[in-house]
Ligand binder design. Sequence first.
Ligand code: NAP
Length: 402
Amino acid sequence: MSKRFGLLGKTLDHSFSPEIHRMLADYEYQLYPVPEEQLAAFLKETDLDGFNVTIPYKQTVLRACDEVSETAQHIGSVNTVIKRNGRLYGYNTDFYGFFHLLGSESHYKKALVLGSGGASKAVQAVLEDSSIPFVVISRTGENNYTNLSLHRDADLIVNATPVGMYPENGEAPINLEDFPNCRRVLDLIYNPLKTALILQAEALGIKAENGLKMLVSQAANAAQLFEHNIYYVNRIEEVTDCLFRQQRNIALIGMPGCGKTTVGEKLAALSGRSLFDCDRELEKKLGMTIPEFFEKFGEAAFRKEETKLLLSLSQKTGIILSCGGGVVCREQNRDALKQNSIIVHLERPIEVLPSNGRPVTLERGLIALAAERMPKYRAWADVSFLNDDASNCAKTIQEALL
Ligand code: NAP
């Protein structure tokens, strides 16, 4: 009979673990959301061959294990359990997860670890092991957010707090401008794919990575324990990349009439992804057509509504987003999009762009509008595609990005 594993936690609605283990290995892997009052019974009676453990049970499970690895003991929590002959053996694979995220580039003079919870403990253990001096910033500790200036010399910053995590997208625990020596940021959060902290780092030219690779690496290490030394380390990059592509949105931008809606629809049909057309969504929200809203309230009011909608749509993952032509009018929209999307510019010759029903195009004229906006589309885009045929264009995007 094939072995059975799973993830134990309290609420597990948006867990990536089943998908990661499915990509890594062949065994059965399911979610086991267990309320606190049933935890003891679960640990005693489960017939699983092993399981991962997540919030808030990592410490309780450590105490319930018959044997605990030295690393798990040191970190103070267990996230992987093997059941053998009725006995529970506890491990902590977050250590390996962060070790892999840190990688071989590990010569730092001073690391700042933000937060002092479970993940922070695993980070601290890896930094100790790698001989990287570090300071933990805790809201209630001696080193806290009011005396960060003592640590301006930090060259590595690790975010092990939930600040900036979905649904609190857009928040950052610190301002990286206060750390002029910082040359790397590791944010353990993986939803959104790019937190506000990572976007800050990118804007300052600091190398930054999210927590997806750590998540996959800790799962690969757990899979290795589950399957008695079948090694999965060589699958980590591939699975991380696959998960990243699944989660990443495709945000289409470009001149009014360049085919964002049509290409978006075709791409949605080809990929099975949901399409959100910002202009259509806005019309539904506003209860009138865009030309009517422009007429009544003007462009500035429209742009504010557009930003509000984008901030909310950009929190979704794995979707196609067809943006309004004027999305590039507000810099704020760029960060909203960048947190989960690759920004795709659809280019179409200006001679074939229509202007009917498009208030901004009618008012300013196509040539003037193109002169104003094309440089912005090109600056915002991660990649551009020529749309001379919507079906071909959608197929090319699918092959390149999905
Ligand atoms: P946790 O045990 O709850 O610890 C989080 C710590 O963050 C707290 O102890 C607290 O430290 C700090 N914190 C909480 N709320 C804060 C706020 N509003 N402002 C500033 N600091 C705050 O959670 P965890 O399990 O360590 O997880 C922390 C983060 O890492 C989460 O985002 C989680 O998703 C992520 N994570 C990722 C992976 C991965 O594989 N990529 C693995 C584990 C965790 P102080 O009270 O000391 O300030």
